[in-house]
Each structure stands twice: as structure tokens, then as C-alpha cells.
Ligand binder design. Structure first.
Ligand code: ADP
Length: 234
């Protein structure tokens, strides 16, 4: 489903990624970790085709992302649902409208939007707060809305870039549980980019480590959470 094949990204004076290869299966949950400067953001930008690899190939769902023509990029990006550290909600729109507007942007009929947005709000346990504006919501609540928005147009892959970076530890567990749920129940491939190793150790799963632009390790960690029956708790 996602293949990085000997991918190198060079900026003028830095090699941000150096000959990185990995394969991610459809429906996998993968953490990508590494210190600051390890190349995590670069990897995300290459996946989104915000940047182009200097060498190597990136194949997503049979599409050669490295060779994608500019006119095809917007359609390709619909495969990916993004979640950011800073939520990136529209401050002048309610939670409901934040989700509805991106569905409208891809031509979803009004009747489907009216049916689907409440269901999405329920998925992230925010059905009571649809008419709240972002500034009336906590960080964790805003991130829940951002999660609902990320899955609204039914992408195959969710990429969460430091999704817990701006929220407190308790809410971080909550957001991670929701990402697990999206993976488990909706079958989405989920990639979480983070430097929060405590969270990674707690949740386990596959962990790809970048180290100064190189693939450091690619391992399967057991989950501490599963042992405690902690997954999917509300
Ligand atoms: P991370 O997200 O893991 O902190 P980045 O992917 O942002 O790492 O950066 C990897 C390396 O590439 C760093 O040394 C960084 O300074 C460099 N880098 C990232 N973006 C650019 C850019 N646009 N121009 C030049 N160097 C960059």
C-alpha cells in the first residue's frame, strides 16, 4: 500500500532523508519516531507530495507519487487524511462546519453531509459540541474534531503529525485511542509521527525509527495498553 524505495531527499546543504526504504500494508498502524531533525516532517511532506524526492520512489496504492503530475496531486491527496499538532481548524466555523466544509469542497451532496457529519461527531464523541467554535473547545476536543474532519472524505490513509504535541497527557491517550479505533474499526491505515516515546511504548505496534535521515530500526513493540484492557476505553 505504501512503499518507500531507496528514498533520498536532499535540501541545498542537508540530506534530510538518506536511502530510506519500508513497506506499510493496508490497514496497518505505524508510528514513525525520531529526534528533532531526523527527517520525520520531510517524510510526511514527501508522502503528501508537498516535496519531491531527490532519488528513489514512493508508491502509494499503486500510484507513483514521485512521478505524479501537478494536475493529479489534488486528487491523490484525497487518499490521505491529515491531523496536525496545531489542529488547523477554521476559527470562524463551528465544529460541525469545520467538517461539513471540507466535504462540500469535494462535491459531497448536502443530504449526505447532513447525515454524515453527526455520525462523524459521534465517532469522536463530540455529538454535543457540533455548534461550538474551536476557541470554545479544549485542545483535546479540537483534536477530536480534527480527527473527524480527517476521515470525513473517507481517505484510505490517516497521517497524524505529532497529534498529541499540544494537548495534555490524559487527552493524549484519548486521542491515541481514537486513532486506534479509526484503524481497528474503520480499517484505515494510520501513520502517527511523534517524538513522544512514552506514548509509543504504551501503545506498541510497529515503530519505524528515523535517525539523522536514515532508517534506524523497524520493529513491532508489544502494547502495554492491551495488557490492561485499556484500548478503546471511552
Ligand atoms: P524532523 O521533522 O524529524 O524534526 P525534518 O524532516 O524537519 O526533521 O528535517 C530533517 C533535516 O532536514 C534537518 O536537518 C532540517 O534542518 C533539514 N531541512 C528540513 N526542511 C528543510 C528545508 N526546507 N531546507 C533545508 N533544510 C531542511
Amino acid at each position: 500500500m505504501i512503499d518507500f524505495i531507496n528514498v533520498t531527499k536532499e535540501y541545498s546543504d542537508t540530506s534530510a532523508l538518506n536511502n530510506v526504504s519500508f513497506h506499510i500494508e493496508n490497514g496497518e498502524f505505524v508510528f514513525i519516531v525520531g529526534h528533532s531533525g531526523a527527517g520525520k516532517t520531510t517524510l510526511t511532506k514527501l508522502l503528501l507530495r508537498e516535496e519531491k524526492a531527490t532519488e528513489g520512489k514512493i508508491i502509494v496504492d499503486g500510484i507513483d507519487v514521485t512521478a505524479l503530475r501537478a494536475s493529479k496531486i489534488p486528487r491523490y491527496r484525497r487518499k490521505l487524511g491529515m491531523v496536525f499538532q496545531d489542529f488547523r481548524l477554521f476559527g470562524d466555523k463551528t465544529a460541525y462546519e469545520n467538517i461539513a466544509c471540507i466535504m462540500r469542497a469535494v462535491g459531497t451532496p448536502g443530504s449526505e453531509i447532513r447525515r454524515r457529519v453527526p455520525a462523524l461527531l459521534r465517532t469522536v464523541s463530540m455529538e454535543q459540541k457540533g455548534n461550538h467554535f474551536p476557541k470554545e473547545l479544549s485542545g483535546g476536543e479540537q483534536q477530536r474534531i480534527a480527527l473527524a474532519r480527517a476521515i470525513a472524505n473517507n481517505p484510505d490513509i490517516i497521517i497524524a503529525d505529532e497529534p498529541t504535541g499540544n494537548i495534555d497527557p490524559e487527552m493524549s491517550l484519548d486521542i491515541m485511542n481514537m486513532l486506534m479505533k479509526i484503524n481497528h474499526l474503520l480499517g484505515k491505515t494510520v501513520i502517527v509521527v511523534t517524538h513522544d516515546l512514552d506514548l509509543v511504548e504504551y501503545f506498541g505496534h510497529r515503530v519505524i525509527t528515523l535517525d539523522e535521515g536514515k532508517l534506524g530500526s523497524d520493529v513491532n513493540l508489544p502494547s502495554e495498553a492491551e495488557g490492561e484492557g485499556g484500548l478503546f476505553h471511552e
